[in-house]
Design a protein around this ligand. Structure first.
Ligand code: 26W
Length: 835
């Protein structure tokens, strides 16, 4: 329990009546839950379901958040603050209740209050449906950053889309992924507050008119074909052990006119509701593609919708401050989470120039000073470009503005690199090769004062590849901001056993200052502490084993090594390389059942984009291999393969603390950073990985002797690619690799169906774009060294403790401090909770 709350709770426990709606004592919370059951939910206590109690508790906790939310915004109104506005098409926030109890410091009080009501907090926590408003890394990073911004008392807002349907729920039918609609709002969402009073109007389509204004200048007016209403829904984001409670503002689309009575009168019932349906479609569903731009019109409409609402909202707040428009960038820092919100550059220019009459150059200065752009991927297919006709039809005025930005920009390039037409063509915001397209990454780069990658290697590769020209143009504009994760959710909440053990030796302040985990280094040398450390890990493995049994029916022995790979399914993440290793162990055991192999449980989890066939076949292959290995008495005594369905933030809570080995095996140069790698290492897992993304920095931090490295590095991959890579050569040279591939081809893992994995194998033999065959031998060898390391529990525990002790720098607090200082110029504001 945090200091502030310890005083609050103590004060009132001594009999003073603790206010029911804001008190932190056991009795106040208990009272609040019962009051909400009756007065908020209209439920009789004796008939109330666990879900009713979850809602009643959620509303009680929300009250405590809103009290701090009010104080926070009072404080911001009082001071001349600069606000960090994080624009993201995705926020993978996860379940709210658990972290809110931790950050309020009332987890124990609530656990006691509920047990007095005969309820178990963990069962109530399980009732919460998580808002799956994101695909993977990018969305989760945004959520971690909002929590760290609040914990560091930084004025900030998260702006995004309130999708009615989030990322699909994943079911596995006969080894195949099946997507189920994510009806996360079906039983309401107690954590949001709707604000129709500050709705925005967003224009689409139509045409542009220019006319001379009174001063003889030219005025441009956009006459839209359609206007949609944007309704904000606010979710309070509380910091840890502070009173700062910031806002996540998610926009929902509604029709301006939800029912056309005239149409109804003439019996045209469909037209009566047509506008309503069309408008609402905009925020209906999250695009489930991760790293694959599909260029769908609705996707562009979604991006413009939330960006326009957010920019209008910032200008409304700026207006309230009475400060001149020119000073907008001194009060608002806008961070573009990848290119998805990059239309913001053109939208801010449109409003400043067209609607507020600001002169172009001044408006451009404000825009560049306000905006920063984060790139999260090097994959060419993930870089968004929009065909001109679609862009012109939906956003005619923005296209004009982009042409003008481009004209001025290319003049600058021409000046710096006279006569270099190839460079002009490469850097232009418009891709003129083939069908003309708008390059959103270029718009983001030109319109921002800072461009950052998300790990040191990634940022270097950006400077050498897709952003090389921009780096040459502005050498100081491309900077690195290595990702981070919040230790509140991914250690303190997810791993209570480890948290209690650590706090009992080094105190609690590591939760808000993760570098203090260095205090564990000396304890790594102590046998007792290592023993206690192993017990915690084993407990976490038992918890995961229980969940695997419940979700898949497979029993896995917690004593075995837990080798885990959880992340979106993608060929560059190479889940199928992991499978090739398992098949190799299987074949070795089939050849010699007495072979000495460290018993291992392989756990997989992750969703495949619905349209990504090869990723879906990789999921099927994992199940096919599991089916054979788990059923074979010659192998299931040493090997088990489990696929945990529907990997999401909630399930991640029990997976990250339970790993002995973290699989971070992407092709070097492909994974921008990774954040799961950080969550595993913080929870004491050892990493087997390539020199890719943040693995490089994790290995530097924990020490190379505490990291299992294998594979080609990014430079070697490029060299091999350039020198003409022939996967067959590696297969012919390596009998175990050839055998593993042959077993798949023979249908051993597909009940004899030799076609099921043909697309995967053919690609592996012909292209192998992600160099599995080239890295296979080193990977298997590295895995053998993992197996022998595992046979020395003391040495393993020592390495495990050192991994936790040395990963403090991967806290999202460190990353956010860097953004605030080096990109946003945002400073903390202390919020006092006056009773
Ligand atoms: C247009 C479709 C689309 C959707 C999402 C393209 C690209 C994306 C994201 C950028 C994909 C993503 O989540 N990238 C991941 O971002 C993490 C946070 O920075 C990194 O840690 C991962 O390495 C990166 O793959």
């Amino acid at each position: 329990m945090t200091t502030q709350n310890r005083i609050a709770a103590a004060g009132f426990q001594r009999g003073a009546s603790d206010p029911v709606r804001t008190g932190l004592s056991v009795q106040a919370i208990k009272r609040a839950v019962l009051d909400n059951l009756t007065f908020h939910l209209g439920r009789m206590q004796r008939l109330a379901t666990p879900h009713d109690y979850y809602m009643a508790l959620a509303y009680a906790v929300r009250d405590r958040l809103l009290q701090r939310w009010m104080q926070t915004h009072e404080a911001y109104a009082k001071h001349e603050v600069k606000v960090a506005c994080y624009l993201s098409a995705e926020f993978l926030v996860g379940p709210h209740l658990g972290t809110n109890l931790i950050n309020l410091g009332i987890e124990d009080a609530v656990r006691d209050a509920l047990s007095e009501l005969g309820l178990d907090l963990d069962a109530i926590l399980d009732e919460e449906e998580e808002p799956g408003l994101g695909n993977g890394g990018l969305g989760r990073l945004a959520a971690c950053y909002l929590e760290s911004l609040a914990t560091l008392e930084m004025p900030s807002v998260g702006y995004g889309i309130r999708y009615e349907f989030g990322i699909f729920d994943q079911e596995i039918h006969d080894g195949w992924q099946v997507e189920i609609t994510d009806k996360w709002l079906r039983s309401g969402n107690p954590w949001e507050i709707v604000r129709p009073d500050i709705a925005c109007a967003v224009k689409f389509g139509g045409h542009v008119e220019t006319s001379a204004d009174a001063t003889g200048g030219q005025r441009t007016r956009w006459v839209p074909a359609q206007v949609v209403k944007g309704i904000p829904y606010d979710t309070p984001i509380l910091g840890y052990d502070v009173s700062t409670c910031n806002t996540l503002r998610l926009w929902s689309a509604e029709a301006c006119e939800s029912f056309d009575f005239q149409a109804f009168n003439v019996g045209d019932y469909y037209r009566a509701v047509d506008e309503k349906i069309v408008s609402e479609t905009i925020s209906k569903v999250l695009y489930p593609n991760d790293d694959q731009a599909r260029g769908k019109k609705l996707r562009l409409a979604q991006q413009y919708f939330f960006v326009s609402c957010s920019i209008q909202d910032m200008l409304r707040v700026h207006g309230l401050s009475g400060a001149p428009l020119e000073r907008f960038a001194d009060r608002f820092a806008i961070q573009l989470n990848d290119t998805h919100p990059s239309i913001a550059i053109a939208e801010l220019m449109r409003i400043l120039v067209d609607e507020r009459g600001m002169e172009w150059e001044r408006a451009w200065d404000v825009t560049q000073r306000a905006c920063g752009y984060t790139n999260h991927t090097l994959l060419p297919e993930a870089l968004e470009t929009w065909p001109l006709p679609m862009f012109r039809e939906m956003l005619p005025r923005h296209l004009e503005i982009i042409f003008e930005i481009n004209r001025r920009f290319l003049d600058e390039v021409r000046l710096r690199f006279p006569g270099d037409d190839a460079r002009l063509a490469r850097m232009s915001l418009i891709d003129e090769t083939g069908e003309k397209r708008v390059r959103m990454a270029h718009l983001a780069c030109v319109g921002s004062h800072a461009i950052n990658g998300v790990a040191a290697l990634h940022t270097d590769l950006l400077k050498m590849s897709i952003l090389a020209d921009f780096h040459a143009m502005w050498p100081s504009r491309v900077v690195n901001k290595t990702n981070g994760v919040t230790p509140r959710r991914f250690v303190r909440l997810a791993n209570p056993g480890l948290s209690t053990l650590v706090s009992s030796f080094i105190g609690e302040s590591w939760v808000r200052d993760l570098d203090q985990l260095h205090g564990l280094e000396r304890l790594a040398e102590e046998v007792d502490f290592r023993q206690r450390w192993r017990e915690v890990k084993l407990d976490n493995k038992r918890r995961l084993a229980k969940a695997i049994s419940a979700r898949t029916g497979l029993e896995v022995p917690p004593e075995w090594m837990f080798d885990i790979q959880v992340k979106r399914i993608h060929e560059y993440k190479r889940q199928h390389l992991n499978v090739l290793h398992i098949i190799t162990l299987y074949a070795r055991l089939k050849r010699n059942p007495a072979l000495e192999i460290s018993p291992r449980v392989f756990v997989f989890g992750g969703k495949a984009a619905p349209g990504y066939d090869r990723a879906k076949r990789i999921i099927r292959l994992i199940h096919g291999v599991g089916e054979v290995v788990n059923a074979d008495p010659e192998t299931n005594g040493r090997l088990r393969v489990a696929f945990m369905p529907d990997f999401n933030v909630k399930i991640a809570h029990i997976i990250y603390p339970a790993a002995d080995l973290s699989e971070q095996i992407s092709t070097a140069g492909k994974e921008a950073s990774g954040t799961g790698n950080m969550k595993f290492a913080m929870n004491g897992a050892l990493t087997i990985g390539t020199l890719d993304g943040a693995n490089v920095e994790i290995r530097q931090a924990v020490g190379q002797q505490n990291f299992f490295l294998f594979g080609l590095n990014a430079h070697e991959v490029e060299q091999l690619r350039r020198s003409g890579y022939r996967p067959q050569d590696y297969i012919e040279d390596n009998p175990e690799l050839a055998e593993a591939i042959q077993l798949i081809r023979d249908g051993v893992f597909s009940r004899g169906d030799r076609d099921m994995f043909r697309p995967l194998l053919d690609d592996l033999l012909q292209r192998d774009e992600f160099f599995l065959c080239a890295d296979y031998a080193d990977y298997v060898q590295c895995q053998d060294s993992v197996a022998s390391a595992w046979r020395d529990p003391e040495a393993w525990s020592r390495m495990s403790i050192l991994n936790s002790a040395r990963t403090g720098e991967f806290s999202s607090d460190r990353a956010i401090r860097e953004y605030c200082k080096e990109i946003w110029g945002v400073r903390p504001v202390r919020v006092h909770l006056d009773d």
